[in-house]
Design a protein around this ligand. Structure first.
Ligand SMILES: [Zn+2]
Length: 324
């Protein structure tokens, strides 16, 4: 398969462009530990995974950009080191020879408030929000959603958004610890404090972007730290209002792929409208010497994600019916 220069694929076409991906590096200068479910976490090694990722992306030479799906540092990072640790991670990402797009995750927000975090991640912020879009080639639009827009973390404690989110959690989750899903049934298990939702203003903005992309005949890739579809994710990791977001996406035919992080084991599914959902495997959970990063080749009719080690390779063919 493929030509001598390695650019051609099985169906003989060259990609329109390619880009690098990584998620949930969750670095901290602390000894290895475990998640609440007992899954080992390699806090120091994850930095080496990022270093190897950047080296690979640079060796490839053709990637137009790199996208980090969130949680650049871990919540256990000692708080007096938060600022320097985030800087260290951003500096490592910037060793990549091209633009880097960051998403915020809950662990980033445990370390720094939005006012400090967003400028470091070079997210052009509108009143502290972290959603934006970009178009790497005229045929494609990438939309980055801020999954912690409505959230009890990341905003000041007396901020109306924090108070509203805490009220919402009290109604939805009777446990004292709002990160505990005990007693919550089925998809209700997503009503946890480490998750969040998309607010009204962001929904309106998103609708406008999808309208514009449709007009321009662009295909859209949606990126959100929190997964948007139960088929690709644990129930406990889903965006609070994923249904509302998916209902909006399904009103249009332009969204082809949704990419997320947060649910460390990773996942993949195709929804009822042919939209692909890919949750990326976490760098944090790579035992020493192993990796979880990748790159995607983007075509007009598919996106092929090539994973390294623990990141699975996924070929996502677009539903031709969706373009009728
Ligand atoms: Zn997360």
């Amino acid at each position: 398969m493929g030509s001598a220069n390695g650019l051609a694929t099985a169906h003989g076409k060259q990609p329109l462009f390619s880009f690098g991906l990584i998620s949930d590096v969750q670095y901290a200068d602390i000894p290895d530990g475990r998640s609440f479910l007992g899954v080992p976490r390699y806090y120091r090694h994850s930095f080496l995974v990022l270093q190897r990722a950047v080296k690979e992306w640079n060796n490839h030479q053709r990637h137009k950009f790199v996208i980090n799906l969130g949680d650049i540092v871990d919540g256990y990072c000692p708080k007096d080191q938060s600022l320097n640790t985030v800087k260290k991670m951003v500096d490592e990402f910037e060793m990549f020879n091209g633009p880097v797009y960051h998403l915020i995750g809950n662990h980033c927000l445990y370390n720094l408030p939005r006012s400090k975090l967003l400028p470091l991640l070079k997210i052009k912020s509108l009143r502290g929000h972290a959603y934006y879009d970009f178009s790497p080639v005229p045929e494609y639009r990438f939309v980055v959603l801020d999954g912690y827009d409505n959230s009890a973390i990341g905003w000041p404690q007396d901020h109306p958004t924090t108070l509203e989110a805490l009220k919402f959690l009290r109604e939805k989750n009777p446990n004292e610890d709002k990160n505990n899903p005990t007693g919550l049934v089925g998809l209700e298990r997503r009503f946890l404090m480490f998750n969040g939702g998309i607010g009204k203003e962001q929904m309106e903005w998103f609708n406008g972007v999808l309208q514009d992309a449709t007009k321009l005949k662009q295909k859209v890739v949606v990126c959100c730290h929190l997964p948007l579809h139960p088929g690709a994710s644990s129930k406990e990791a889903l965006l609070w209002n994923y249904e509302e977001v998916m209902n909006l996406i399904h009103k249009y035919n332009c969204v082809k792929v949704c990419i997320s992080g947060h649910d460390h084991k990773g996942g993949y599914s195709i929804d009822s409208h042919g939209v692909h959902h890919r949750v990326l495997e976490a760098s944090l959970e790579c035992p020493p010497g192993t990796n979880a990063f990748g790159y995607a080749d983007v075509y007009d009719d598919k996106i092929s994600l090539y994973g390294t080690d623990r990141m699975r390779t996924t070929h996502m063919y677009f539903n031709p019916k969706a373009d009728l």
